[in-house]
Design a protein around this ligand. Structure first.
Ligand code: NAD
Length: 349
């Protein structure tokens, strides 16, 4: 299959690109190369005859048609987005433009191309979204997000992603565009941009800096290893029913404090300090405005209908991730000079 992947130079998109090529697909990576992009993420496949790159901004509607016409994809996997909640608090405009208008542009470009092709039923527009569109859960393990949980986004980021999900469903209902959607919990793993919690903790720990925990660290997230997410995404693309959405999660709920303590314990074992534990560096900082208390995914649909299961436990995945950052200092050092990285963002509200 030839897949047009948007955002393929980012964290999750690059995992999708690498996995798709390893499975024999052709991939066109469409990415504007914003601050969050890194072409090194796809260096392992970029010389492949099955890989092509297009530096295009999805906010530019006119630039999208030639990409479809030139490459004639069988499917689109749409991951390009502004993705950092803290940045959405300081500057929501970019999130509205890329996540909402950019998705609208992708839908229109896909619809034009699909119509010109004779509306093949096998075409797919796979929209990759987040569990954050569902809002915040109480701390009750019996309550989780399902595909029918009402939308209740609470940050500019999650509101922009919720809007894009609604557009994708509308293009299916109104124009018949064959779409699938997926809403996933927090990802972690190799190539995670060093402004997100897990890489920040690993890299600050190694640098002897404070490990910042927002509020009291009780906020709960449901963590999924990025390569397991990429595997689920290809499965949804190939086997998912048109018009349907799939929740993807690892059933690995951890409070932020527990997560950071686990990372410290892994680092204590892999790279012991001369004295004490990395957990001595934990520092509680002012909470994020509107910080959602808990996210938790019920992945029954993707498990029962498509047979998907994650391949690693969170303990295995975190150990692999820490080892990857220890082994790939050149990769993360180059990104630490990018605008805003290493600064506390999202407190201007
Ligand atoms: N990171 C998570 O935990 C998580 C969880 C669930 C869903 N998601 C969703 O998955 C997708 C990918 O997330 P990520 O963490 O890999 O993001 P990321 O920030 O690492 O990568 C985003 C990529 O999109 C590109 N991009 C941004 N604006 C663009 C534009 N206007 N035109 C073209 N390309 C543009 C960037 O250059 C970058 O390569 C997003 O849609 C996000 O909402 C992320």
């Amino acid at each position: 299959m030839k897949i047009l992947v948007t955002g393929g130079a980012g964290f999750i998109g690059s995992a999708v690109v690498r996995l798709a090529i390893s499975r024999g697909h052709d991939v066109v990576n469409l990415d504007a190369l914003t601050y969050a992009a890194c072409l090194a993420n796809v260096a392992s496949v970029s010389n492949s005859a099955h890989y092509a790159f297009e530096q295009v901004d999805i906010r530019d509607r006119a630039a999208l048609d030639p990409v479809f016409d030139r490459h004639q994809p069988d499917a689109v996997m749409h991951l390009a987005a502004e993705s950092h909640v803290d940045r959405s608090i300081d500057g929501p405009g970019d999130f509205i433009d890329t996540n909402i208008t950019g998705t609208y542009n992708m839908l229109e470009a896909a619809r034009r191309y699909w119509t010109a092709q004779g509306k093949p039923a096998a075409f797919r527009f796979h929209h990759i979204s987040t569990d954050e569109v569902f809002g915040s859960l109480p701390n009750d393990p019996s309550v989780k997000f399902t595909e029918t949980t009402p939308y209740d986004p609470r940050s500019p980021y999650s509101a922009s992603k919720a809007s894009s999900d609604h557009l994708v469903r509308a293009w299916h209902e109104t124009y018949g565009l064959p779409v699938v959607l997926s809403n996933c919990s927090n990802n972690y793993g190799p190539f995670h941009f060093p402004e997100k919690l897990i890489p920040v903790v690993i890299l600050n720990a190694l640098a002897g800096k404070p490990l910042p925990i927002y509020g009291d660290g009780s906020n709960i997230r449901d963590w999924l290893y990025v390569e397991d997410h990429a595997d689920a995404l290809l499965l949804v693309l190939e086997k998912g029913t048109s018009g349907r959405s799939y929740n993807i999660g690892g059933e690995n709920e951890r409070s932020n404090l527990e997560l950071v303590q686990t990372l410290c314990a892994i680092l204590d074992e892999k790279r012991p300090k001369s004295q004490g534990s990395y957990s001595d560096q934990i520092t509680f900082v002012t909470d994020r405005p509107g910080h959602d208390a808990r996210y938790a995914i019920d992945p029954s649909r993707i498990r029962n209908e498509l047979g998907w299961r994650p391949s690693v436990t969170v303990e295995q995945g975190l150990a692999k991730t820490v080892q990857w950052y220890l082994d790939n200092e050149d990769w993360w050092r180059a990104l630490q000079t990018r605008e805003g990285v290493g600064e506390r963002l999202g407190v201007r509200a």
